[in-house]
Design a protein around this ligand. Structure first.
Ligand code: AMP
Ligand code: GLY
Length: 434
């Protein structure tokens, strides 16, 4: 079977790598891919942009692709699944309307309310003045969220009223998170919407689940590290590292997440006749008292969480994905996992998440992998040699008997990799180590 993965990050390298572990998968193509997917055996990059639906469709037809797996949220929100399905190409990933669960925070909030899913109290506004008045009335700390996709720049956890007001001004002035799809915004005259939310405290966890639109099966829980600095300081990033399974999500908490979050979400999507086949990712806040609330839903695999979760998976990934696409997930045996734990440390370019240089030569990956670690590429490319080509450059990943041993192995591999300006956090997974 031949599979086409859409995207170019560490998540897509991890997806291609895991898919190729199955003897059923003869070849994986990645559009457009990166330096890692370019050199992986049985893997080939295809120079097509993630939003070139016509190009992706005709490539899939010509090359007898059995399944297209969509990594990032933007093509999903733009309707890649609908476009390919209309050509009878099987796609793992929700339809355009289903992807609204990530592409519009207001839409997601309304769905959570309808479904009775525990989440932060919120209100939605389409003009800055009313939003500011609400913030003043609620007080700080408070969270300001741009409605649409904003590449990680759409959420401001404001400690003061002033910060919240400035965030609202900026979102409206710069049009941050302007809907790229036809999200049913309450005020069609205003392309900008903000969600103002109660500020929650606690520990975050990511639960990614596979669904065929009827049945939903969680993967092992993971924890991301969103801030650039050690001890969770500094600006937000796409994620500086992850580990799985996250002990914060105990078996009894996982049961509640299944019942109160995942099953309710799928039931409500079904009630709205939304055919959702792919990943439903719940970003959760667990309060010190063990109270559970959803911070956000994503319509895709998380990155870097996927790089820590997939290495632990034993069930062939393509079997699970096809079961989702063909709506027979309920017939699959329980998902099987390796014992132990996995830690992924992201190495980034200096300056990230702000401006950063590109084109810095990367060395030491073979030496890092000789320790048993796997190095997933994110922002890399081949330009005679392997060079940096993005903010997040590599995801250095290792499995161990437990989180501390996985962490030690991952950092042993990190220490063997060099590129000018390489930055990484030294404390990935510390929260899970007693
Ligand atoms: P989101 O894109 O909604 O996940 O938000 C990005 C990050 O902002 C989350 O991972 C949290 O760290 C933080 N965040 C979002 N919503 C809240 C909230 N209601 N209370 C506190 N922090 C939040
Ligand atoms: N790691 C966070 C995300 O994928 O959205």
């Amino acid at each position: 079977m031949k599979i086409l993965v859409v995207g170019n990050g560490g998540r897509e390298h991890a997806l291609a790598w895991k898919l190729l572990q199955s003897p059923q998968v003869e070849q994986v193509f990645v559009a457009p891919g990166n330096g890692g997917t370019a050199i992986m055996e049985k893997c080939q990059n295809v120079p097509l942009a993630v939003d070139d639906f016509a190009g992706i469709g005709s490539f899939a037809q010509k090359n007898n692709i059995s399944l297209v797996v969509v990594g990032p949220e933007v093509p999903l929100a733009l309707g890649i699944t609908d476009a390919l399905q209309s050509q009878n190409i099987p796609v793992f990933g929700p339809s355009k309307v289903g992807a609204q669960i990530e592409a519009s925070k207001a839409w997601a909030k309304a769905l959570m309310e309808e479904a009775g899913i525990p989440t932060a109290k919120s209100a939605t506004f389409t003009d800055a003045e009313t939003a500011k008045a609400y913030v003043t009335q609620q007080g700080a700390p408070i969270v300001v969220k741009a409605d649409g996709l904003a590449a990680g720049k759409g959420v401001i956890v404001a400690q003061t009223l002033e910060e919240a007001q400035t965030a609202i001004t900026t979102i409206f002035k710069e049009g941050i998170g302007k809907s790229i799809t036809q999200s049913p915004v309450p005020n069609p005259q205003s392309p900008v919407t903000v969600v103002i939310e109660e500020c929650l405290i606690g520990e975050e966890a990511s639960v990614l689940a596979l669904t065929d639109g009827v049945t939903i099966r969680p993967l092992i829980p993971a924890q991301d590290h969103k801030r650039i600095g050690e001890g969770d300081t500094g600006p937000n990033t796409g994620g500086m590292g992850a580990y799985a399974p996250a002990p914060l999500v105990t078996p009894s908490l996982m049961e509640r997440i299944e019942r109160e979050v995942l099953e309710r979400a799928i039931a409500t999507l079904q009630k709205r006749q939304i055919d959702y086949r792919g990943v439903l990712y719940a970003g959760l806040m667990i309060s010190p008292q063990g109270e559970l609330k959803v911070l956000e839903f994503n319509c895709r695999f998380g990155d870097p969480e996927t790089q820590a979760v997939l290495p632990m998976l034993e069930t062939p990934l393509e079997e699970l994905m096809l079961a989702c696409v063909e709506q027979r997930l309920a017939e699959m045996p329980p998902i099987s996992w390796k014992s132990g734990a996995c830690v992924c440390v992201v190495m980034s370019s200096s300056g990230y998440p702000g401006d950063y240089p590109k084109g810095k030569e990367i060395t030491g990956i073979s030496s890092a992998e000789s320790t048993g670690a796997v190095v997933f590429h994110a922002g890399t490319k081949f330009d005679q040699t392997l060079v940096t080509d993005g903010g997040r450059v590599l995801g250095v990943t290792a499995i161990g008997d437990n989180i501390s041993s996985a962490k030690a192995l991952a950092y042993k591999a990190v220490d063997r990799i060099q590129f000018a300006g390489a930055y990484y956090r030294r404390d990935i997974s510390n929260k899970a180590i007693p």
